[in-house]
Write a protein that binds this ligand. Structure first.
Ligand SMILES: *Cc1c(COP(=O)(O)O)cnc(C)c1O
Length: 388
């Protein structure tokens, strides 16, 4: 038998105060969501059925859809992405993937693994897809499915043309997959009005919920196509037809993460209580203030305003400063976490959910300014925050 290892308690492992999460997810939890995450229910039975049905009503508002099929997914945003892609792509299907960065590329990789033939419209770093570029890519079709993100978190780009691109894709006979992981509830998204066939999001970003639980919804049109698959998807856990058994029929598929579903229910309820217009406004105003503050520190945003994602800001790393060192120092010295990047000369700050409040924005700008100064960058953080 192996000897029992030393087993530190969580108190010993964790610092007395956890860092302020100002990266691009996970994001801070409202206290009532953290509280909801402590309840445990059985996954089958009338109590859970009621929770699931109520969750679906709330989620329909958040996605702005009347879709019948709204499911939670036990897993990260990538699991919801895989449920969307693996159920709607199969050998013989043609997929056009709009690629702005790491996450939109991930959908293309999944479609390829599902056996579909995948073409990519690859945008240069920092650019959103435009109608002319998309029309040209679409003309190489016909395609069965177009995948795109509303917001590309890896480089801070927003495909602002999403409604128009979705219309074009549908007119060309393709279904439309929209990744709203970093945008749902934080900026306008109109599933039905824009003609989106499948959309998903994850708990730990704009929904201000825990990581490990996600949401997905399919249009009737997507559901009908999925019913015509020659074979079920290879992924048993992520088979949408099996998920329907639990989320529509209240029958066992796998043990649903009941604690996470209660947390998600509470997170969605808070969004409904705030209302989408007020929540969008809070995010826009907070992000605008943060952007002014960043510019006040002499920093430059990586993405031009017309392509910029306001909920995940990508900031050019100043010359002579190492982004990894900046992220390490700001956390060690100020207890604020921000995010590095996947290979680009940027660092990133989130504006998602509870990050969009005056106090965390102020604290982040002060911490960032003082850290930059310690690394040799000239700026006046106090002055910047008084002018917000
Ligand atoms: C974070 C993110 C994902 C992946 O979510 P995980 O929970 O990390 O799997 C997918 N798409 C976008 C746009 C994201 O921001």
């Amino acid at each position: 038998m192996l000897p029992a290892p030393a087993a530190p308690t969580l108190d010993a492992l964790l610092p007395a105060e956890l860092p302020l999460l100002m990266g691009v997810g996970p994001t801070p939890l409202p206290p009532s969501v953290a509280q909801a995450n402590t309840h445990l229910l059985n996954h089958l039975g009338p109590l859970m059925n009621e929770v699931v049905e109520s969750l679906q009503v709330l989620a329909r508002y958040v996605f702005q859809t009347e879709n019948r099929r709204v499911f939670a997914v036990s897993g990260p945003g990538s699991a919801a992405m895989e449920m969307a892609v693996a159920n709607l792509a199969w050998p013989g299907r043609r997929v056009l993937a709009v690629v702005n960065g790491t996450f939109s590329e991930r959908a293309a990789i999944m479609a390829g693994r599902a056996g579909a033939t995948v073409d990519k419209l690859e945008l240069p770093a920092g650019q959103g897809a435009t109608a002319p570029l998309f029309a040209e890519a679409l003309s190489r079709g016909p395609y069965d499915l177009v995948t795109m993100v509303q917001g590309e978190t890896s480089c801070g780009v927003c495909n602002h043309a999403l409604p128009e691109l979705a219309r074009m894709a549908r007119a060309a006979g393709a279904m439309v997959l929209a990744d709203t992981v970093v945008t749902l509830s934080t900026m306008p998204f109109q599933m039905d009005e824009w003609g989106i066939d499948v959309a998903y999001s994850a708990g730990q970003k704009g929904l201000a919920c825990i990581p490990g639980v996600s949401l997905i919804t399919f249009s009737d049109r997507a559901w009908e196509q999925l019913g015509r698959r020659p074979l079920p998807p290879a992924q048993w856990v992520l088979d949408a037809k099996l998920a329907e058994k639990f989320y529509m029929g209240h029958q066992y598929h796998y043990t649903a993460p009941t604690t996470s579903l209660l947390a998600l229910h509470e997170a969605l309820r808070l969004i409904v209580e705030e209302t989408l217009p007020a929540r969008h406004q809070r995010h826009a105003a907070s992000s605008a203030a943060l952007q002014r503050g960043l510019e006040g520190l002499g920093l430059e945003l990586f993405v031009a305003p017309e392509h910029r994602l306001s909920t995940a800001l990508a900031i050019r790393t100043p010359k002579g400063i190492d982004a990894a060192e900046l992220c390490r120092r700001i956390e060690a010295d100020h207890g604020v976490q921000i995010a590095g990047a996947f290979g680009l000369p940027i660092f990133r700050i989130g504006q998602l959910g509870e990050q969009c409040r005056p106090e965390p924005v102020r604290r982040t700008l002060l911490a960032l300014g003082h850290t930059l100064r310690a690394l040799g960058w000239d700026c006046e953080p106090e002055k910047v925050v008084t002018q917000l």
